[in-house]
Design a protein around this ligand. Structure first.
Ligand code: HEM
Length: 450
């Protein structure tokens, strides 16, 4: 594993004098995409062994340079707006819309984050704990009351969607079944390989659902704009007025932002929590430690109470290390760069290899589910660039605190009041795209304890 600060020249006088990194371009058009999609971690590992920490390929339609190692991850995160920018596929751009946080850049991006940040701080999360507890309890009781088995994934999606809607719209009544239906069709189109906008394609249906959601959200926002004072929820923040009376964002931008937040904050938490429930069912000793950790919890949950139980966070962190909900992200170079003696031309893709960073030589016995590695004594995650489930740099996940609080509340309730077991004979082989998920969707039997 390379473990050295990269030697970088951002203003090379004659970049063409430097060689491209070693590697292959693969097949015409397809490049090496098929092998990459099969397992980005194996793909990276094989080439890392062959070429070292810098190599090139051609994946997902672009010439690509892979940079391996914790220092390389730090270099990528530090590059936002200087030598790298976000890269999204054409289909995602169309479905998300050009004005949302993930697609804007530079000062506009920083300004938007400043506007949204107060809603994602720990202080704000304090008030959300009871809201999440009440929603989660209602859903968990329903799961436990089912006479037979049920499939966890869609049920967790319903719960997480309701939580996200409450974060954004507060007490406003929104049409949850309508939004859920269109949201699911919309997200299904985000990761199709060929985004063709025709009425019968998955992408076409996703675009139609995007329009239905936008029309609906536009009306919700218009109603809200009529109020003289905004309630303290996320939509309120987006609508707040500046001192000069100007509104900071257009209604179109606000609607796109709402859609992005629903998307970014939804399947990620669903994936992390569902996979953690699976891991706990497969590791009864760890599950028992978790139950003991929450045994002293009494009464309604509070943020301080949750933070006093570090083992909860350790469980969530180890779950996300072993199965990161987002396996990677993509950047594109905005200038020619010389990196460790190799030229990375302007316009080439540079992946952020989250899944790869979470395995291999960065972590002892990396395939083992071992939450104690995150304990204060072992502290295995402290090396920068090795534990990056929420990304890093200026584009680090805006909702990371919210996600941790949401998952801690769910986990504390599950450990304290419920027991769950896997239905035998189900197919637990993982598919990776768009999120790592067992093929069965995780079939469970849930029962209330005591
Ligand atoms: C387990 C849960 C979550 C995980 C693992 C996760 C992971 C990530 C990652 C890796 C990125 C960076 C992508 C990149 O570098 O291009 C990101 C960005 C983002 N996340 Fe999360 N996320 C989670 C939950 C949430 C929640 C709950 C919200 C909001 C309600 C949220 C909102 C966002 C937003 C808005 C961005 C874009 C930030 C920007 O471009 O400045 N995420 N997330």
């Amino acid at each position: 594993m390379t473990d050295q600060t990269p030697q970088v020249d951002l203003n090379p006088a004659s970049p063409e004098k430097f060689p491209l990194p070693p590697g292959r371009s693969g097949l015409p058009l397809l490049g090496e995409t098929v092998e990459y999609l099969r397992s980005s971690r194996d793909f990276t590992e094989r080439r890392f062994r062959q070429y070292g920490g810098v190599f090139r390929s051609h994946v997902l339609g672009s010439p690509t340079v892979f940079l391996v190692g914790p220092e390389a991850m730090q270099w990528i995160f530090a590059g936002e707006g200087k030598y790298l920018k976000n890269r999204w596929s054409n289909g995602v751009r169309q479905l998300l819309g050009a004005n949302c946080l993930s697609l804007i850049e530079g000062d506009e991006h920083l300004e938007r984050r400043r506007l949204l940040a107060p809603h994602f701080s720990y202080a704000t999360m304090r008030g959300f704990v009871p809201v999440i507890e009440s929603l989660a309890t209602r859903h968990f009781e329903r799961w436990a009351a089912q006479p037979g088995d049920f499939t966890l994934w869609p049920s967790m999606r319903e719960l997480a969607f309701e939580i996200a809607l409450t974060l954004i719209f507060g007490q406003d009544a929104v049409d949850v079944p309508f939004l859920t239906r269109h949201f699911q069709t919309w997200t299904a189109g985000l990761f199709v390989p060929f985004p063709v906008n025709l009425p019968w394609t998955m992408f076409g249906r996703a675009m139609a659902s995007k329009k239905a959601m936008i029309d609906y959200l536009d009306k919700v926002v218009a109603e809200r704009q009529k109020r003289t004072e905004q309630p303290p929820d996320l939509l309120g923040s987006l609508l707040q007025h500046r001192e000069d009376g100007e509104q900071p964002l257009s209604r179109e931008t606000i609607v796109e932002e709402l859609q992005l937040l629903l998307f970014a904050g939804h399947d990620t938490t669903v994936t992390a929590t569902s996979n953690l429930m699976l891991l706990l069912a497969q590791h009864p000793d760890v599950l028992q430690r978790g139950r003991e950790a929450v045994a002293s919890l009494e009464g309604p949950l509070t943020l301080d109470g949750l933070r006093a139980m570090p083992y909860l966070a350790q469980l969530i962190q180890e779950g996300m290390r072993l199965i990161p909900p987002i396996g990677g992200a993509f950047r594109v170079t905005t200038r020619d760069v010389i990196y460790n003696g190799y030229r990375i031309p302007k316009g080439w893709t540079v992946p952020v290899g989250i899944r790869y960073a979470h395995g291999g030589a960065n972590w002892p016995d990396s395939e083992r589910f071992d939450p104690d590695r995150f304990s204060a004594e072992r502290n295995e995650h402290k090396k920068s660039g090795t534990f990056i489930p929420f990304g890093g740099g200026p584009r680090i996940c805006l909702g990371q605190h919210f996600a941790m609080v949401e998952m801690s509340v769910m986990l504390a309730l599950l450990l304290k009041h419920y027991t769950w077991e896997l239905v035998p004979g189900q197919d637990l082989e993982y598919t990776q795209i768009p999120f790592p998920k067992p093929k069965s969707g995780i079939q469970l039997r849930v029962r209330r304890l005591g």
